[in-house]
Design a protein around this ligand. Structure first.
Ligand SMILES: Cc1ncc(C[n+]2csc(CCOP(=O)(O)OP(=O)(O)O)c2C)c(N)n1
Length: 699
């Protein structure tokens, strides 16, 4: 049901609003902004201030509606009043902005970039600094609600909703449109809560959407209920918010609620608003929703004295909280390296994040065996992937596999062939063509206690998802182990019979550089099974790179090593022992290196790293110390490729053990070419590797 602009703002229909409670929360938020703006910013105790002045009442009214056990909010830097209403304490808020221990990131992130883990009651997914990044993770939460209720039988999800909170400028982002397409096509329990303050820093709303009103422009969008109204009128706003939330809870499908509010301070503490006229600033002040609230409830519901006393109480509470926070400890710089990845305590138990992934949600860790138990004929790598996915889907109902063409077609590489028939469309499904949507959705699903396994169709097409991938990787660290989003992102890539700049890119080093990601690159079917299973049973996000040349490659075929077989990360496989030179490689280059060594007749040690993050320094260094020579071979382009990192470590750790400079053989710095003739000219081949080996042995 789409509303027309004329019907959008209707008379409020609302239950009893606890206006005193609304005032109390709003006064707290205003007092926090007062303290920060007048004292903590000038004293440089807050380095980045984002005032919520003008946004308080609407956010508090929304927060008071989010009472269901599994409601979730994905907000942004101006969401503090909403988070305070959901349960963030004033002390936590101040410890966050003033960068103390006890803040929601322990001083690691900007203080308004919050999170609020919760078992029962509305939680707040970790906020990111990137505008628009909140939308697709909220979509994932909404889809997980439906999955948990229908498939896992989690009745606490019934009626719960996901809310994405953003400003007017955020509606111009990829994330917003990706989310809009998904929630409307899937009819998810999702609310876009847009507070339109007329500006994105200094750029007016008319630059973000024609005419400056996203609600009007979306009035005819299929499958979306659109509501538009004046957020400066608390009574009207209360009715519209209640109505919007009730509709989504009641199964009407997704809704977008746009409320106009004034931004009563600069965008941030640094912003002097020179782009606004004095008249405009004055008229914004007159639209302050707190003034309107006062006019609406004094003296009807409370006396002026009572109002003043509530405001004074808010100020006092904030002052007391600051007195405690000021005396509290600063974060410990010695801990700054902690929680990039899941960690174990001294007794071996996992130091669990509070939310995200299947383990905090009560699922047990499943042990595997590193002992391969080869069964049946040799299978190709794509079959190995499919069989492992199938088994893990079988034993873990929280595993979900999705991506473009993954469902009915079974994937453009056939890795998921038959899985939808077997496990149903709730667990193995197609997505819209939006990589931002695929990965962002996976983030929200992981936050909701599932194990998402998104597929990116080809390596280069991960680019539109780069922001979500990066933010997923840093989540554990920036929330100081409060949240994590373990998932397995399967990405086919690398050359096949030919190359090209789109489908054949390798560039695995980008993810090694992406903080918080494990990066796995198997060279054969047996390792693929063990590494994929380790990733699916792990507690961190993993990029699982499926090399296109290996999917059906003869050399990579191995017998299936068993349903419990795992390969731990960071353990290289030494495929050949040798004494004259060490060859370090991974992925599709392993086969070529083996051929080259055979051709060269040299006694070369061949190391298949298997995982690049973490990578097995010990095995590599021990080998180089023995052979005193090292050749690193990779398909990725040479400059700042992962070989440079390996070379730097060897040069530092084994300098006096070397008899020759460390050599690298890799693609020159050009994109992958299409004509096989051109591809052969740039890709390391068995011949060029053999030549490099011979040269190195002679030095
Ligand atoms: C992806 C991205 N681009 C640019 C920025 C810099 N930036 C921060 S806030 C902002 C404006 C956002 O305005 P809006 O969404 O309307 O929210 P408001 O600040 O008005 O509440 C910009 C451009 C950013 N944080 N992220």
């Amino acid at each position: 049901m789409a509303a027309t602009p004329d019907t959008m703002q209707q008379a409020p229909r609302h239950g009893i609003v606890d206006w005193r409670g609304v005032l109390r929360q709003a006064a707290l938020s205003r007092a926090l902004d007062d303290l920060e703006e007048s004292k903590l910013v000038p004293e440089r105790k807050v380095l980045y201030q984002f005032s919520a002045r003008g946004h308080e009442i609407t956010q508090v009214l929304l927060g008071k509606q989010l009472t269901f056990a599994r409601d979730a909010v994905a907000g942004y830097y101006r969401s503090r009043p909403l988070l305070l209403t959901l349960g963030l304490t004033v002390e936590q808020a101040l410890a966050s902005t003033t960068m103390h221990a006890g803040g929601m990131s322990e001083g690691r992130d900007i203080g308004v970039v919050f999170n609020l883990p919760r078992r029962d009651g509305a939680c707040a997914l970790p906020v990111c600094g990137g505008v628009g990044t909140q939308y697709t993770p909220a979509v994932g939460w909404a889809q997980a609600l439906r999955y948990r209720e229908r498939v896992l039988g989690d009745q606490r999800c019934a009626g719960s909703i996901a809310v994405a909170h953003g400003g007017d400028a955020s509606t111009a982002t990829n994330g917003f449109w990706a989310a809009l397409n998904i929630v409307t096509t899937e009819r998810l329990p999702f609310l876009f809560f847009i507070e339109d303050n007329g500006y994105g820093i200094s750029v007016p709303s008319g630059m973000q959407t024609p005419g400056g009103n996203i609600a009007r422009n979306l009035a005819a969008f299929g499958g979306l209920r659109v509501i538009d109204g004046d957020g400066c009128d608390p009574a009207v706003a209360a009715g519209l918010i209640e109505d919007a939330v009730a509709g989504v809870r009641g199964g009407d499908g997704p809704a977008l609620l746009r409320l106009t509010v004034p931004r009563l301070s600069g965008h941030s503490g640094q912003d002097t608003q020179t782009y606004k006229s004095a008249r405009e600033i004055a008229s914004e002040r007159e639209r302050d929703p707190l003034l309107a609230l006062r006019a609406q409830i004094v003296p009807r519901l409370m006396s002026a004295d009572e109002w003043n006393s509530e405001v004074a109480q808010g100020k006092a509470e904030v002052a007391e909280a600051w007195a405690r926070v000021e005396r509290s400890a600063a974060p410990d710089p010695r801990r700054i390296g902690r929680y990039v990845f899941s960690e174990r305590a001294a007794d071996g138990s996992i130091e669990l994040q509070q939310q995200g992934g299947i383990l905090p949600d009560g699922a047990a860790t499943v042990a595997g065996t590193t002992q391969a138990n080869p069964q049946g004929p040799r299978i190709n790598l794509v079959t190995a992937v499919r069989r492992t996915l199938e088994h893990e889907l079988q034993v873990n109902k929280r595993v979900l596999v999705f991506g473009e063409d993954v469902g009915r077609k079974g994937g453009v590489h056939a890795a998921t062939l038959g899985l939808q028939e077997k496990f149903g469309a709730a667990r193995v499904f197609d997505t819209s063509l939006s990589e931002e949507g695929i990965i962002g959705r996976a983030v929200g699903m992981a936050a909701a206690g599932l194990m998402p396994v998104p597929e990116i169709q080809f390596r280069k097409y991960a680019d539109p998802a780069a922001e979500q991938l990066n933010d997923c990787g840093t989540m554990r660290w920036r929330t100081a182990n409060r949240f994590a989003a373990p998932m397995v992102v399967r990405i086919p890539g690398g050359f096949f019979k030919c190359g090209d700049p789109w489908h054949s890119q390798s560039n695995e080093v980008q993810w090694v550089h992406g903080i918080g990601w494990h990066v796995v690159m198997p060279s054969n079917a047996q390792d693929a099974v063990g590494l994929l299973r380790s990733a699916l049973r792990g507690n961190d996000p993993t990029i699982f790179f499926e090399h296109r040349a290996l999917l059906d490659g003869g050399w990579a075929r191995r017998a299936y090593p068993g349903d419990d077989f795992v390969v731990p990360f960071g353990k290289a496989s030494v495929l050949r022992q040798g004494t004259a030179v060490t060859v370090v490689t991974w992925g599709a280059m392993v086969e070529r290196c083996e051929q080259a060594i055979e051709r060269s007749g040299l006694s070369a040690e061949l190391i298949d790293l298997r995982t690049l993050s973490p990578w097995d320094r010990e095995t590599t260094l021990a080998s180089v110390r023995k052979t005193r020579r090292c050749l690193i071979v990779h398909e990725d382009t040479i400059t700042a490729g992962f070989g440079a990192e390996i070379a730097a470590v060897i040069a530092k750790q084994a300098f006096f053990d070397l008899d020759a400079p460390i050599e690298r053989l890799a693609m020159p710095d050009v994109p992958s070419p299409h004509n096989p003739l051109l591809l052969d000219a740039v890709l390391p081949s068995a011949d060029s590797i053999a030549r490099a080996l011979a040269d190195l042995a002679e030095i």
